[in-house]
Write a protein that binds this ligand. Structure first.
Ligand SMILES: Nc1ncnc2c1ncn2[C@@H]1O[C@H](COP(=O)(O)OP(=O)(O)OP(=O)(O)O)[C@@H](O)[C@H]1O
Length: 696
C-alpha cells in the first residue's frame, strides 16, 4: 500500500504536531511493510497547499525525509474537483476516509471535509487544560487554554456545528484550508485541530493573543503615539500583503479580528469569511460580507465582482480607528452606512455612476454632491497619515492601492518611524470583550446612581417584582427537575457569560432583573444590540414571559436613532422617487425616515432580494467550481448580529416569521433594524435551502 502524505512544511504543523505526524507515519509504515522487502512506502502527491510549479520543483528535487513527489500524481491533480481529494491521494475516497479514521479523525469529519485535515493527525484534548472563555463569535466560542506539556498558553476556538450538517462542517473546513495556505508572522497560525473519533466537537488550536485592536483603541487610557500606530499598521499591511499574494481575500477585516500579543506582535485572525481568488476562478461572489462599519461602498451597493481592494477599505477604517480611538463610520443600516461614507469621503463624480455596473447603483446616487471632509475630521493627524488614509478610503476600488504600495508610502518613510513591536507597552488584558464589559459596568453604575437618587422608582418596583418572580421560578425549576444540578449550573454559567458579554446579556432567571435593568439603562454611545435569549433561560421564560415581556422588550438607545434620523434626512438621493429629503419626512420627525417610508423599505427589500439571488447564484457557481465552497456566509451587521430570533419567545416568533415586503408605516425607529434583520434571516435560510437543493 502506498501512503501519500504532505511534506510537513506544507502542512504548517507545529513541532509537536510534526512529531506526532512522524510517529503516525512510522506506525503506518510499520503496519504496511511490503512482505517481500519489509519496507514501508510513502510518497508525496502534489496535494493541498502546493500551489505552483516552483513549489513542486522544490519538492520533487528535494530529499525529503519521507520521500519524493511523484510527477504522475502531480498530473493526476487535474481530476474533477469533487473527487480531487481521492484523486490526489491516488486512493479511493473510502480508503482515504478509512485512513483518516484510523488516524483518529471522526468519520463524519473525514467524509464531509477530509481535505481540510488531510495529512494531519488530531491533537488530543487531554494535552490542554481549558481555562476561561475569552471570545464569542457568531459560530464559535474561544477559550484560553494551557498546553499541559509546555505550560504555553493557546486559544481554543470551539466551532459550533449545525446538527452536523455537512455544509456547516465544510464551512469550518474552508477556514482550516485557508489557514493552512497561509504562513506569515502577522497571520494567525493554525497549530492543529482537537477532536477524537468519539467526540462531536472540534477545537482549532491557535497561539494565544492577549489583546485585539478594538479593545486597545477603545480603551480610554490608551492613546497610541504615531510611531506605535505605524508599528501596528506596518504589521497589518504585511499580513494582508501575504494573504493577497496567496490569493486570499479576508473579507472581514475589523479591529476586533486583529489580535496583538504581549510582545507587540500583531496577527490577523478569523478567516471564517475568507475566500480564495485566482485569475482562474473568478466567479460571482456574495456582497454580504465584511462587518457593516468596515464595509466598502461597492459591497453596500451590491457588487458581486469585487477584488482584494475590499480588504484595503477595511484597513482604512481600522487605520482611522487607531488614529482617532473610535470606529470611523458607525452606520446602523446599509443605507445609512453608505450615506456616512459619501458624507465623509465625498460623493463620486458623475462619470463614476456612468461607469459602474452595479445593480441599483443610481438609487444610491446622492442628489447633492458631497465634498470630502476627511481632512477636516483628521485635523490632529499628520499630512502623510491623512494622505494614506484618503488612499485607502477611495470610493473607487482601483484607487485604493495595494498593501504593498501602502508599505512603500511616505507615511512609513517619514519620521517618526514605526517603533519596534518589542518596545510597545505591555497593556492589561484588553479585548473587544473587555471593552464591552467596561461598557456594561459603566451602565450598571449609571443605573445604580439612578436608583439611588430615586429617579426610577417604577423601574425599581419592576425589578423587585422580577426578582421575586425569578426566585419563584428558580424554585419551580428546582422542583420540576430534581437532581438536575447540572442544568441549573449551566443556567448560571450562561448567565455569567451574558454579563461578561456586555452588549448581549444572556437572560436567565437569576439575572433577569439585572439584565433587564441594564437594557433599560443602556442609553447613549454604547449601542451594543438587543439582548439574546438563551436556551438556558427558555424554561423559565416560557413560564413567565406574559408578565415580564413588557419589561424585557428591547429599546434601542434613543440618541442613536436621533443621529440616524438627522443623518438620513439630510441625505437626498438623486433618483429621489421616495422624496427622501428633510421636508419630505417632516411627518416622521420623531423617527428615522428610512423607517417611516414604506417605499424605501421596498427599495431596501429590492436590494436584499437582488443580493439574495446573487448570493444563491454565487453559491451555485462556487459549488460547481469547488465542492468545498459551500458555506452560508456570515451576515455581519456589526453588533446587531447576535440578535437571534430563534431564541425569541414563541409568541413573537410567529410574527417575526413573516417577511415584510411592503410594510405599513413604521413609527418606531428601531423597527427598521428588526425588519432588515428579519429579512436577512429569511435570505440566509433561503440561501441555505438553495445550496442544499444544489448539493443534493
Ligand atoms: N488566538 C486567539 N487568542 C486570543 N483570543 C482570540 C484568539 N482567536 C480569537 N480570539 C478571540 O475570540 C473572538 C472570536 O474569535 P473569531 O473572530 O475567530 O470567531 P468567529 O466566530 O469567527 O467570530 P466572528 O463572529 O466575530 O467572526 C475574537 O474576537 C478574539 O477576541
Amino acid at each position: 500500500m502506498v501512503f501519500q502524505v504532505e511534506p510537513l512544511e506544507q502542512l504548517g504543523c507545529n513541532r509537536h504536531g510534526q512529531e506526532r505526524y512522524k510517529q503516525r507515519l512510522d506506525q503506518l509504515m510499520e503496519n504496511n511493510k511490503r512482505p517481500e522487502t519489509g519496507e514501508g512506502v510513502v510518497s508525496f502527491p502534489n496535494g493541498f497547499g502546493v500551489e505552483n510549479a516552483r513549489d513542486n520543483d522544490r519538492l520533487e528535487g528535494s530529499n525529503h525525509p519521507f520521500g519524493k513527489v511523484s510527477s504522475e500524481l502531480r498530473r493526476s491533480k487535474k481530476g474533477s474537483s469533487r473527487n480531487s481529494f481521492s484523486v490526489k491521494l491516488g486512493l479511493p475516497h473510502r480508503l482515504v476516509e478509512a485512513e483518516q479514521v484510523a488516524a483518529g479523525w471522526p468519520a463524519w469529519l473525514s467524509s464531509a471535509a477530509g481535505e481540510a485535515v488531510h495529512g494531519w493527525v488530531p491533537l488530543h484534548a487531554d494535552a490542554y487544560e481549558k481555562l476561561e472563555k475569552i471570545g464569542q463569535g457568531t459560530y464559535s466560542s474561544v477559550f484560553r487554554a494551557r498546553e499541559v506539556e509546555t505550560g504555553r498558553m493557546v486559544a481554543l476556538k470551539k466551532v459550533r456545528f449545525d446538527n452536523f450538517q455537512p455544509e456547516s462542517i465544510r464551512f469550518m473546513a474552508r477556514e482550516i484550508m485557508i489557514l493552512r495556505r497561509l504562513d506569515h508572522p502577522n497571520v494567525m497560525k493554525l497549530e492543529g485541530v482537537i477532536t477524537s473519533s468519539i467526540s462531536s466537537s472540534i477545537y482549532l488550536v491557535f497561539e494565544y493573543m492577549e489583546h485585539d485592536l478594538a479593545g486597545l483603541s477603545s480603551c480610554p487610557y490608551i492613546k497610541f503615539t504615531e510611531a506605535q500606530v505605524k508599528c501596528y499598521m506596518k504589521q497589518l499591511l504585511c499580513g494582508i500583503e501575504h494573504c493577497h499574494l496567496r490569493g486570499v481575500m479576508h473579507r472581514d477585516i475589523k479591529a476586533s479580528n486583529i489580535l496583538v500579543s504581549d510582545q507587540g506582535i500583531l496577527k490577523m485572525a478569523d478567516f471564517g469569511l475568507a475566500n480564495v481568488i485566482t485569475p482562474k476562478n473568478r466567479h460571482q461572489l456574495t456582497s454580504r460580507v465584511v462587518t457593516l462599519w468596515y464595509r466598502p461602498p461597492e459591497l453596500l451597493m451590491g457588487s458581486t465582482s469585487y477584488e482584494v481592494s475590499i480588504d484595503i477599505w477595511s484597513v482604512g477604517c481600522v487605520f482611522a480607528e487607531l488614529l482617532m480611538g473610535r470606529p470611523l463610520l458607525k452606520g446602523r443600516t446599509e443605507v445609512e452606512q453608505l450615506h456616512k461614507i459619501f458624507k465623509l469621503c465625498g460623493s463620486p463624480p458623475d462619470d463614476y455612476w456612468k461607469k459602474i455596473k452595479l445593480p441599483h447603483s443610481t438609487m444610491f446616487k446622492p442628489q447633492h454632491h458631497y465634498e470630502s471632509c476627511l481632512r477636516e475630521r483628521c485635523r490632529d493627524v499628520t499630512e502623510t497619515a491623512v494622505d494614506l488614509l484618503e488612499t485607502f478610503l477611495s470610493i473607487e476600488p482601483h484607487k485604493r492601492g495595494t498593501a504593498s504600495s501602502a508599505l512603500l508610502s511616505e507615511y512609513f518613510h517619514t519620521q517618526p518611524y514605526a517603533c519596534d513591536p518589542s518596545t510597545l507597552p505591555k497593556y492589561p488584558p484588553n479585548k473587544e470583550m473587555d471593552a464591552k464589559q467596561r461598557d456594561e459596568l459603566r451602565r450598571k453604575k449609571i443605573g445604580a446612581k439612578l436608583r439611588e437618587s430615586g429617579a426610577s422608582r417604577k423601574q425599581k418596583k419592576t425589578r423587585r417584582t422580577l426578582q421575586e418572580r425569578s426566585n419563584l421560578c428558580n424554585t419551580a425549576q428546582k422542583e420540576e427537575m430534581p437532581g438536575d444540578a447540572q442544568f441549573a449550573r449551566k443556567g448560571n454559567h450562561r448567565a455569567k457569560e451574558g454579563a461578561v458579554h456586555g452588549g448581549y446579556p444572556h437572560l436567565s432567571l437569576d439575572t433577569m432583573s439585572e439584565t433587564s435593568q441594564a437594557t433599560a439603562t443602556s442609553q447613549g454611545e454604547g449601542f451594543t444590540g438587543p439582548p439574546e435569549f438563551t436556551a438556558s433561560s427558555s424554561f423559565a421564560w416560557v413560564k413567565k414571559r406574559k408578565d415580564s415581556a413588557s419589561t424585557l422588550s428591547y429599546n434601542p438607545p434613543s440618541s442613536r436613532s436621533q443621529i440616524s434620523a438627522v443623518d438620513s434626512a439630510s441625505f437626498p438621493f438623486s433618483n429621489n422617487p421616495f422624496n427622501l429629503t428633510k421636508e419630505g419626512n417632516q411627518d416622521a420627525s420623531e423617527g428615522d425616515p428610512e423607517a417611516s417610508n414604506p417605499l424605501l423599505i421596498r427599495m431596501i427589500q429590492n436590494q436584499l432580494d437582488q443580493q439574495k439571488s446573487s448570493y444563491a447564484s454565487e453559491q451555485q457557481e462556487e459549488n460547481k467550481l469547488d465542492p468545498l465552497e459551500f458555506k452560508v456566509r456570515k451576515v455581519h451587521h456589526s453588533r446587531e448580529r447576535s440578535f437571534d430570533f430563534r431564541q425569541k419567545p414563541a409568541a413573537t416568533k410567529q410574527n417575526l416569521d413573516k417577511v415584510e415586503f411592503s410594510g405599513p408605516l413604521i413609527s418606531q425607529p428601531h423597527k427598521i433594524d428588526e425588519l432588515l434583520q428579519r429579512n436577512e434571516n429569511h435570505i440566509r435560510r433561503a440561501a441555505r435551502r438553495s445550496r442544499f437543493d444544489t448539493e443534493t
